[in-house]
Design a protein around this ligand. Structure first.
Ligand SMILES: Cc1cc2nc3c(=O)[nH]c(=O)nc-3n(C[C@H](O)[C@H](O)[C@H](O)COP(=O)(O)O)c2cc1C
Length: 338
């Protein structure tokens, strides 16, 4: 399994999935360090970015900040969502150039990714995210417009379809390829399914058969065995791991070892906790303790998943009001290990 598109080549095609509210810069850099070969920013509203640029009153460019990309995490795609081709194209142009108010990136994106998978009501009610799968003409117009606006590769993340009656990913994929898409990532669920029941690899295989651009498989990949199965069942060119990496950035090391037929040693509890603490410190350093704490608590709880006897530690983490309290709570995990 390997991926080449535009000027990007990924040895194993091993990607971190975008997850709004979870895959911020700190987490993306951490996953890169542990073997993810490619990252994608959290989804960014094309309209908010463009409006923010035009506003004289904007002092803090929050949308632009979300698009921050660093050399540590590169190669990175910036993901945008929206429903208006002209606005999507303008946002893509700004992001690809790196020249916009509020930009603090130390690297340029290597691709612009278009969100056609988000199932959240406030997004789909606007005709955006996975609602674009119900509007193939608009989806195609967006890809064409973005493609015309930037020299970078344009990629699309989509679902199996809208619902069980409309599993149109293979047909839409062909149209997106014709419109100029350079790579597709397919999550094997419909919008109606949100995140349950399990993702369907057959639809990913159908997309892979329908197009000649690289296809990335996504959905329910939590360990090397899941990835191997995905490759066998779909023939995909690469994989994207989302929830399976939360609290477990080591999963990329595990998958990498399996793909290279090397033995894998899971992290010790010490390494797990050192990683968690470094992750918390980095989030707080970037966002400030007051803003970062709620998100830090969420991530720290994920690091406790699957650890027997960690309920008390998790409770302490959930009550933690400072980095010092988080550090102290995490120490509790090391005691369980002994
Ligand atoms: C909390 C959360 C936030 C997400 N945010 C995004 C997003 O911003 N853009 C996107 O394309 N997909 C988003 N997704 C979908 C994931 O990228 C991925 O397609 C989905 O979780 C299935 O993969 P997994 O089973 O490996 O998690 C999100 C998923 C979750 C759970």
């Amino acid at each position: 399994m390997s991926v080449s598109f535009g000027g990007v080549t990924l040895r194993h095609g091993l990607m971190l999935a975008p997850m709004a509210g979870a895959t911020d810069l700190s987490f993306r850099e951490l996953c890169r360090l542990h073997g993810a070969e490619y990252t994608v920013t959290e989804m960014i509203s094309a309209k908010a970015l463009v409006l923010e640029q035009g506003s004289r009153r904007t002092k803090v460019h929050r949308t632009a900040q979300l698009a921050t990309v660093t050399q540590v995490e590169a190669p990175t795609a910036i993901q945008i969502f929206g429903h208006e081709p002209t606005v999507m194209a303008e946002a893509a142009r700004l992001l690809a150039s790196g020249e916009y108010a509020g930009a603090v990136s130390t690297a340029l994106p290597v691709a612009i990714d278009i969100n056609m998978g988000c199932p959240v009501p406030k997004i789909v009610n606007n005709g955006e995210g996975s609602a674009l799968m119900k509007q193939p003409d608009v989806a195609v117009a967006i890809v064409r417009a973005v493609k015309a606006a930037v020299k970078l590769p344009v990629t699309v993340k989509l679902r199996a379809g809208w619902d069980s009656e409309h599993r149109n990913a293979p047909e839409l994929a062909q149209r997106l390829e014709d419109a100029g898409a350079d790579l597709l990532c397919v999550h094997g669920r419909t919008r109606q399914q949100f995140y349950e029941p399990s993702s369907d690899n057959r639809i990913i295989r159908a997309v892979k058969t329908a197009v000649s651009i690289p296809v990335i498989g996504n959905g329910d990949l939590c360990c090397a065995a899941d990835v191997t199965r995905m490759i066998e069942e779909t023939g995909c060119d690469g994989v994207m791991i989302g929830r399976g990496a939360l609290g477990n950035p080591f999963v990329f090391r595990e998958v990498c070892a399996a793909l290279e037929h090397r033995p894998y040693t899971p992290p010790t509890m010490h390494e797990r906790m050192d990683t968690a603490l470094a992750h918390a410190c980095d989030m707080i350093a970037r966002k400030g303790e007051r803003i970062a704490l709620a998100e830090v608590r969420k991530h720290m709880a994920w690091y406790c998943r699957g650890v027997r006897g960690a309920a008390a530690v998790r409770n302490a983490l959930m009550r933690a009001e400072s980095l010092a309290a988080i550090r102290e709570a995490l120490q509790g995990l090391l005691e369980i290990d002994l």
